[in-house]
Design a protein around this ligand. Structure first.
Ligand SMILES: Nc1ncnc2c1ncn2[C@@H]1O[C@H](COP(=O)(O)OP(=O)(O)O)[C@@H](O)[C@H]1O
Ligand SMILES: [Mg+2]
Length: 258
């Protein structure tokens, strides 16, 4: 089998006495769209931050293209980051920068800079890919609706034609129709650049739409993984409970504990 694009092997992360990741194992093949589902507070964002190098795991290995990346610093880190695109939860645009400067951010301020005119042209191209005209580029993020901000976030995530794109809750805060527009845009833009993607979400409609593979995280471990089309026949009671949104089942919400 080909070298996986991303591999997590027995990844652990705790904060104080709170164990958040408790031996995560996850393999993502090149060109695939992996969606990790799980309830709020189950460690999805922490897992993503460990892969991005924003947090350091206490134990375990993370490999990108077969190379361990945990604990890398400096130049190799920059090379690695230039492979990545990222759409943060809530889009996380820079308020003080115009939309086009947000889209072209890595080209204007990253370590592979291009001239401003060229950056603007690339920003316009990427705005067009998410259905926004060049005039939107002159606005500030605060002037946009939530759905438009997500589009701009997506345009920014694809602007440096990354090898790997991470999506953290890409549809959170959007109405179902706008969420579906964003899901469609994610699928079409990602297919276009041939990127490998890892998305984390608690939105099953989004997971079904964008995933080739789905994995479910619970209590800091991946408890099930398989092709998206097999999620309804997982044979796993926790997966069934989650995808049907049932309060009753093996998953007990911590908030209900005294
Ligand atoms: N930097 C941090 N310091 C302490 N606790 C944290 C930190 N980041 C996350 N946590 C805790 O880890 C748990 C998982 O968080 P997170 O990965 O954000 O969940 P989610 O699955 O909703 O994305 C939560 O209980 C959260 O409070
Ligand atoms: Mg999160």
């Amino acid at each position: 089998m080909a070298t996986p694009k991303i591999e997590l092997i027995d990844v652990h992360k705790r904060f104080g006495t709170k164990k958040v990741l408790n031996g995560v194992n996850l393999t993502i093949q090149s060109g695939q769209s992996m969606v990790v589902i799980g309830g709020s507070g189950t460690g999805k964002s922490v897992m993503l931050k460990c892969i991005l190098g924003l947090l350091t795991p206490d134990k375990g290995t993370i490999k990108i293209d077969g190379t361990p990346v945990t604990g890398l610093r400096g130049k190799r880190d920059d090379d690695l980051m230039s492979k990545f695109g990222m759409l943060f939860q809530g889009a996380a645009l820079f308020d003080s920068k115009r939309v086009w400067e947000n889209v072209a951010f890595s080209l204007l301020y990253g370590h592979k800079r291009v001239a401003r005119g060229k950056a603007r042209a690339i920003a316009n191209e990427n705005l067009a890919k998410v259905g926004l005209g060049p005039e939107v580029g002159d606005l500030y993020p605060a002037e946009l609706s939530g759905g438009m901000q997500k589009r701009v976030g997506l345009a920014r995530a694809i602007a440096n034609t990354p090898d790997i794109i991470f999506f953290d809750e890409p549809t959170t805060g959007l109405d179902p129709i706008m969420a579906d527009v964003i899901n469609d845009l994610i699928v079409s833009t990602v297919k276009n650049i041939g990127a490998t993607t890892l998305s984390i979400t608690h939105d099953m409609a989004s997971a079904r739409k964008i995933a080739d593979q789905i994995a479910m995280i619970y209590k800091g471990r991946i408890i099930w993984a398989g092709p998206a089309e097999s999620i309804d026949d997982s044979g796993n009671a926790m997966v069934d409970q989650f995808i049907h949104g049932r309060a009753e089942g093996p998953i007990q919400m911590d908030v209900l504990k005294p």
